[in-house]
Design a protein around this ligand. Structure first.
Ligand SMILES: [Zn+2]
Length: 376
């Protein structure tokens, strides 16, 4: 394995593309779905189980880790990979999005954001420089620029002001990141649903120069139709030869639509979070295991799924352990959901490589439209 960060597209089908990102910690097959390990764990899963689902890379959250157990403590203990027992690549977000959504008493200035911890009320500062320092202490393989984004809808003035601040912060992030072979820094395109601002943002980022580019500021309340309309033009504004990452997306149909529009990487808490609330994502759509129709059903969740939950347990058992509040409920459903997401990615990679993405997409929607198997 080389010691460089490199991206190669091996096939395209329409705007969709497949390939791989090489990193010193291993290869990331694209399009890639990154499970979220917020607090140095993908909840209810052992790291080796996450790898067994087919995940090549995890996402860690700077905001949560800087507050508890702190980036300095993780660095003293050998970095995030050793700390959480995950040897593959890790991408960390910048903390910018979560500090705006989770922290108390935020104060936003040109310098950065001052806030109080939602855990213990302690005071902290996040700036481009501090975010780069924290992500370096964590040992992140893919580091994200520190940015800011408004919830949508927002006025054009607010979107422009926020985007231009994020571009100044992107420049400061690049300077603070420095030269770190084998580690990548991604810029984040902003601009809401305003095409001219997306263009201005892309131009600003390209002038600075990054190892990859995220489409940021989507999946913040605008709805799928508006998000797809933006993805019809936004990814094409970014360099063809670098990975494109859509942050915080999404449901399976969002993911298929994003890949169709040229996205290479995505992350979302949905498969793991849903697993803990009794929701299963399958080829047939979303299944609520709490529903009484499953109580006497000896069939697996999905007879064609090879995950442990589907291979060895019935719908009746999954229904029972959820109702009884047993921990294995979250473990099995999370495993199934992550397995399904990774199968979906593998299916899209194969379809793009073989030039049949349109057929794959049609089958995906047709199977979901049929819905769940009939009750017994
Ligand atoms: Zn399964």
């Amino acid at each position: 394995m080389g010691d460089l960060f490199e991206f190669h597209v091996t096939a395209t089908d329409g705007a969709a593309r497949t390939g791989a990102i090489s990193t010193p910690r291993g290869q990331i097959r694209t399009p890639a779905f990154m499970p979220v390990g917020t607090a140095a764990t993908v909840k209810a899963m052992l790291p080796e189980s996450v790898a067994a689902t087919g995940a090549d890379i995890l996402l860690g959250n700077t905001y949560h880790l800087m507050l508890r157990p702190t980036a300095e403590r993780i660095a003293r203990l050998g970095g995030l990979h050793a700390f959480m027992n995950w040897t593959g690549p890790i991408l960390t977000d910048s903390g910018g999005f979560q500090v705006m959504s989770l922290a108390d008493l935020r104060k936003l200035t040109e310098e950065g954001v001052t806030f109080r911890s939602h855990v213990d009320g302690s005071k902290h500062v996040l700036s481009p420089e501090r975010s780069m320092e924290i992500q370096k202490l964590l040992g992140s393989d893919i580091v994200m620029c520190f940015d800011e984004c408004p919830a949508l809808p927002a006025t054009r003035d607010r979107i422009a002001e926020s985007m231009r601040l994020s571009m100044r912060w992107a420049d400061r992030s690049k300077t603070a990141f420095g030269d770190r072979p084998g580690h990548a820094l991604f810029g984040i395109q902003q601009g809401g649903l305003e095409r001219d601002f997306r263009e201005e943002s892309a131009d600003a980022l390209k002038a600075i120069g990054f190892d990859g580019y995220a489409v940021g500021g989507l999946a913040v309340g605008e709805g799928q139709e508006a998000m797809f309309a933006c993805l019809d033009y936004a990814p094409a504004m970014l360099p063809q030869d670098k990975p494109r990452y859509l942050m915080g997306v999404g449901k399976p149909d969002d993911i298929v639509g994003a890949v169709k529009r040229g996205i290479d990487m995505m992350d979302c808490v949905l498969p793991s979070r849903s697993g803990r609330t009794g929701q299963a994502w399958t080829r047939m759509g979303q299944i609520n295991i709490k529903n009484a129709r499953h109580a006497d059903d000896p069939r697996p969740l999905d007879a064609d799924c090879s995950c442990p939950a589907c291979r060895s347990y019935s719908r009746a058992y999954l229904h029972h352990v959820f109702r009884a509040g047993e921990m294995i409920s979250g473990m099995l459903l999370t495993w199934h959901n992550l397995h399904y997401y990774q199968e979906l990615m593998a299916g899209m990679r194969a379809a793009i490589a073989e030039g049949r993405f349109a057929g794959f997409e049609a089958d995906f929607h047709a199977r979901r439209a049929d819905g769940d198997i009939e009750p017994l």
